[in-house]
Design a protein. Structure first.
Length: 319
């Protein structure tokens, strides 16, 4: 089993995110990319949110995962954008179905994979305690965090055993795949679920006594950026939704100005705070010392993409 899932501390690689930040990203991606619940907003925000797993994979130096993710999502996006207008009939249907499947499911699956792979059970429990969630939610979710990686390890072990017996895809005993691979995995999954549930209770997760935890979790600069990404996405979606159902002109203008203020305010803070500070410092005879402000990658693109959505709704070009 992967060391990260058993240890209370792990070797940090890439961007170190708080488990609550990862869950917020996972929920936001599921809402706007996987489910498409945002309607027109999903089309605007989906490419930006889909880039988050790729950024995390690149910072972890997971080159194979980055290439696979880029090929699946990026290839589907390009194919749908350039090839779809030139197709019709059955080819058009197949391209829409295949590309739609990859573009909806791959970002959420990859974000879930990153969340589980880079979060220990102790970190997850500690973060859920900080959110004051009940034990009825924490215990099942902590079991899930151990369940899927354990099943993957069991599947790989079963696969290695079957290869030694010549049972593999494309081999002479391909018909035995269901019997010798799928059935053992199902049986192991049931047993693993029962054992992990018992282990969680044995460790005292359901006890009345408050448990200690040595994990150090907390929000850092990178957490703030990704949380702002989630908050701004949801906020613009809610403002645009309210705007679409409002007929009064001054109310629509107020909602548009609120969106402009939020997006441009964040852009100005991250990109131009030191610039204005340097200009105004001499007025107070002060010595300019740049502030340590983390500049997020692609913040300008995200800001104007988000603004284009709210402005289009204001102009009634989108509903």
């Amino acid at each position: 089993m992967r060391r990260e899932l058993l240890a209370s501390k792990k070797k940090e690689t890439g961007l170190s995110l708080d488990p609550r930040t990862k869950l917020a990203l996972l929920i936001t991606i599921a809402l706007f990319v996987l489910s498409g619940g945002g309607g027109a907003a999903s089309k605007q925000f989906a490419p930006i949110l889909a880039a988050v797993p790729l950024i995390l994979l690149l910072t972890e130096k997971s080159w194979n995962g980055s290439v696979i993710y880029f090929v699946l999502y990026g290839g589907s996006y390009i194919l749908q954008l350039w090839a779809l207008p030139h197709l019709s009939g059955l080819p058009n249907f197949l391209v829409v179905a295949i590309c739609g499947f990859f573009m909806r499911f791959v970002p959420g699956i990859m974000m879930g994979y990153i969340t589980v792979r880079t979060t220990t059970v102790s970190e997850f429990v500690a973060s859920m305690k900080k959110l004051h969630l009940p034990e009825q939610i924490i215990i099942p979710m902590s079991v899930i965090f151990r369940f899927f990686p354990t099943v993957v390890e069991e599947y790989n072990a079963i696969g290695d055993a079957m290869k030694m017996r010549g049972i593999r895809f494309g081999g002479g005993k391909a018909s035995a795949m269901l019997e010798y691979r799928l059935v053992p995995v199902i049986m192991c999954s049931v047993k693993i679920g029962e054992e992990l549930n018992a282990a969680a209770l044995t460790r005292g997760l359901g006890g009345p006594v408050k448990r200690t935890n040595i994990c150090e979790i907390g929000f850092h600069v990178q957490d703030v950026f990704f949380l702002l990404l989630c908050v701004v996405t949801v906020t613009d979606f809610l403002l645009a939704g309210r705007m679409a159902h409002t007929e009064t002109q001054w109310k629509r203008m107020f909602l548009l100005l609120a969106s402009l203020g939020i997006n441009l305010g964040l852009l100005c803070y991250f990109k131009y705070t030191n610039f204005f500070y340097q200009m105004l410092a001499p007025l107070w005879n002060g010595k300019f010392q740049p502030l340590d402000i983390f500049l997020p990658v692609g913040i300008s693109f995200f800001t104007f993409q988000s603004l284009s959505y709210t402005i289009d709704v204001y102009r009634r070009e989108l509903v």
